[in-house]
Write a protein that binds this ligand. Sequence first.
Ligand SMILES: Nc1ncnc2c1ncn2[C@@H]1O[C@H](COP(=O)(O)OP(=O)(O)O)[C@@H](O)[C@H]1O
Ligand SMILES: [Mg+2]
Length: 518
Amino acid sequence: MKSTKDRIADSHSSLELEVLYHISQSMAHKHDVAELLNAVLDIMETEMGLLRGTLTLRRPDTDIFEIQASRGLSELEMKRGQYQLGEGITGRVAQTGAPALIPDITKEPSFLDRTKSRRQAQVAFLCVPIIHQQEVIGTMSIDRPTANEEELARDLKFLHLVADILAEGVSGIREQNEEHESLMAENRRLKQRLDDMYHPNNIVGNCSSMRLVYEQIAQVADSPATVLIRGESGTGKELVAHAIHYSSPRKNNPFICVNCAALPENLIESELFGHEKGAFTGAMNQRAGRFELANGGTLFLDEIGDIALAVQVRLLRVLQERVFERVGGAQPIKVNVRIIAATSRNLEEAIREERFREDLYYRLNVFPIHIPPLRERRSDIMLLADHFVSQYNREYNKTIKRISSAAINMMMAYHWPGNVRELENCIERAVLTSTDNVIHAYNMPPSLQTSEQTNTSLLPADGASLSDMLKAYEREIIVDALKKHRGNAAAAARQLQTTQRIINYAITRLHIDTKRYK
Ligand SMILES: Nc1ncnc2c1ncn2[C@@H]1O[C@H](COP(=O)(O)OP(=O)(O)O)[C@@H](O)[C@H]1O
Ligand SMILES: [Mg+2]
C-alpha cells in the first residue's frame, strides 16, 4: 500500500489538490463526524461532479457498516444502506481493505444496489476503504459517469487520498468525543461523590436550597461553633440538629434535647442547670441539669425564641463562660458543650419587642442555617412523599406501590402550612387507609381536599380504574351537596334522593369531613 504522502505526490491535478485543501480545511473546523462526512461529500459533489457518493462507518464493536452520509440518496435509501462485513462490494471492501473499481455496474453480478437507487446504465462505481491504524473503520464510494480505464484509476487513487485524510479526521473527532465523554463521566462521578459527602443520608430533598443546608451542615459540623437553625415549624430543624451532631467529632457523646417552649418557666432553670438538694420545694435530691448531661456532646435548645427573659440572662452567661451553678448551689460547674439552637419565631421582632435579649441573639447567631418552608421547595414534595411511603410501609407492614396522579396533584397544589411534618402525617394516614396498595385522592386528609382546588384536579387521572373514578365522582357529588347544605348530611341526602344512612356510610367510606363545610 502506498503512503498518503506518495499519493499526494502522485496527484497532479490542481483541481484535486484544491479538493484536498478544502477537505483538510473543513476537517479543522468540524467537531462532529456526521458534519465532517457531509462536508466532504459536499466538496466532492461541487468540485468533482460525482453522481452519487456514500460514506459508511463501522458501527463500533460490530461487523456492520452503516451509511453515515450520502449524496444522491433519499433518506429512505440511506436507511436501507447497511452492509455486513463481506457482503456485496462495499462489504467486501470493508472486509479485505482493498478498493473496488467497477467500470459499468450493469455488468457486475455482485452489485447489491442495497439502496435501490440506480436505474441508469453506464455508471462506474468506485469504493475505497477508510483505514485507521490497520483497521477498516469505514468505506467511501462514488458513482460517476463511466470513463476510460486510466481516468477511473486516477479517480480511485484520488479517492484513496480523501479516505486517508478522512480516517485521520474521523478518528480524531472520535477520540476527542471519547475524551470529552470520559471527562464528563469523571465530572459526574466527582459531583456525585461531593453530593454524597455533604448529604446527611436521613434528610430527603434535592432542591438547591436544601443542598445549601447540607453544605452548611458539612461546613460547621467539625467545629464547636454555636449553630442557630431557623425555619417554620415542621421544616426539619431537629433533623438538621441531629445531622450536625452525628457528623461532628462529638458524635459518640450525648445529644441532649431541650424543648424550651414545652417547659414551664419555673422548671426550665433546673432542667437546664440542675439543682441542689432542697433548692426548692420538691427538690428532694441533687439533680444534674441538661448542660451537665450534654458534657462532651451537643445540647439542642429547641424553640429558643420561647424562653423567658430571666433564663436568657443565665443562658447568656453559660454561652460566654461555659460555667454555671446548679439552682440553689454555689459551686461553679464547667462544661464542654456544643450548642445548637432552633426557632420558628422571628427573633428580630422579639428583640424589638424586648422579649428577646439582643446580646443572647448575637451569641446564638454565629452560624445561622435557614430551612425554607415546604411550599418553597415543591420539587421535594414527591421525594419526601415516596420516602414516607416506604417508611410507613415498613412500620405498618404495608405494600403501597404508588401514589395516584390525582393524589399527587393535590399534594403539589397544597400550601403545606405544617411543612414536612404535615406531609409526613398525611402520608402516614394515607398508608393506613389505603386498601389496594395505591394512595388515592380520597386517602388524603380533608385539608387537602378543599384547598381551593378545581373539581377536576380531584378526579383520578387517565388510567385510573373504573372503581377509583366512580369513588372520586361519588365523593365530589356528596361534597358538593354538603357544601350547599353547610355540612348537613340529612339535607344532602334529601337533595340526592337517598337515605341519610347511605350518605353517612359514604361519608365515612370516602373520608369526607363534614365539619369543613359547616
Ligand atoms: N428533609 C426531610 N427529610 C426527611 N424527613 C424530614 C425532613 N424534614 C422533616 N422531616 C420529618 O418531619 C418531621 C418534622 O421535622 P422536625 O425536625 O421535627 O421539624 P421542626 O423541628 O422544624 O419542627 C420529623 O418527623 C422529621 O423526621
Ligand atoms: Mg421541632
